[in-house]
Write a protein that binds this ligand. Structure first.
Ligand code: PMP
Length: 310
């Protein structure tokens, strides 16, 4: 039994007690990694109470991931959006990490899934603090470049947030922890920076901000898109371009971002200090503007917040 993190889970259209949201050991997704999922956060804001951040974009990506794998999710995007809000409310959560997942269940052991086979869908919501730790948000993480590359183009699509892809992320983060780093960063098959185990990467030098392009074996993060939007708002130039490993060593600032990791400074890469070795000024500005969306200091002019409790 998975550790109980909340009271209820949304499971195939019904809200059920945590303990009852179970599947059989012969579940297709367990054997073959045939699932697609999302990670979403909800924050407790002063004006609108608990709000889901970029709800529609996340669940839209869930459907995009399913489309790549020709999976049929037997619900509409609107229904999944509603269910996401409902499960936060049912659990009476103020802030939450939300995990929608669509997967092939008890459909037999054939690899070849008959076209049109419907997935099962579940949405869990529970409380979850800073993924890389509160300390890291302030002082930064020590990151190491992984000996594992991200998936090569046309092997497995990194643009899909699919269960199976996370074996790659696990190798990268396990190796990083074993070497004493807070997080691992992988190169793509061309040797350019790709992304962290669960985060996109930004580097800054002389006030110019760069991030790795969508063709560098990344999952194009919604936080990445948020950060690009906020930086443009602040008047910075952003380049989406290939980044060489040594550019991280020579950067004034490096930070990583993702739904779980939020915006986390990187203070060293491969044991080489980045800039001053602490959170840089532009990283701090991005963090302030990002967290400002949830504490009320950044106006939500993009309509990114969906209130949970009306
Ligand atoms: N890359 C990978 C491999 C991830 O798992 C994540 C987290 N979902 C990200 C990037 C960041 O994506 P997002 O900002 O949409 O959470």
């Amino acid at each position: 039994m998975a550790k109980q993190l909340a009271e209820y889970i949304w499971f195939n259209g019904k809200i059920v007690p945590w303990k009852e949201a179970t599947v059989h050991v012969m579940t297709h997704a367990i054997h073959y990694g045939s699932s697609v999922f999302e990670g979403i956060r909800a924050y407790n804001t002063p004006d609108k109470g608990t709000c889901v951040f970029r709800l529609n974009e996340h669940n839209r990506r869930l459907f995009d991931s399913a489309k790549i794998y020709r999976m049929t999710i037997p619900y509409s995007l609107e229904e999944i959006n509603q269910a996401t809000v409902d499960i936060i409310r049912e659990n009476n959560l103020k802030s939450a990490y939300i995990r929608p997942i669509a997967f092939y269940g008890d459909i037999g052991m054939g690899l070849q899934v008959p076209f049109g086979t419907e997935t099962e869908v579940t949405i869990a919501a529970f409380e979850w603090g800073a993924y890389l730790g509160e300390e890291a948000l302030k002082n930064g993480v020590d990151a190491g470049i992984s000996s594992w590359n991200r998936l090569a183009a046309n092997t497995m699509p990194t643009g899909a947030k699919a269960g199976g892809n996370y074996l790659s992320s696990q190798l990268i983060s396990m190796e990083a922890r074993r070497h004493g780093y807070g997080e691992g960063i992988a190169l793509d098959r061309n040797g350019f920076i790709s992304e962290g185990a669960g985060e996109n990467i930004f580097i800054i030098r002389n006030g110019v901000v760069s991030t790795t392009p969508k063709t560098a074996a990344i999952l194009p993060g919604i936080t990445r898109d948020t950060v690009i939007t906020l930086l443009k708002e602040m008047g910075y130039e952003i380049r989406e371009e290939n980044i060489a490993r040594e550019a991280m060593y020579l950067a004034d600032e490096v930070f990583m971002c993702g739904t779980a990791a939020e915006v986390t400074p990187v203070r060293s890469v491969d044991g080489i200090q980045v800039g001053s070795g602490s959170r840089g000024p532009i990283t701090k500005q991005v963090q302030d503007m990002f967290f400002g969306l949830f504490n009320g200091s950044t106006p939500d002019k993009w309509n990114w917040l969906t209130p949970v409790y009306k």
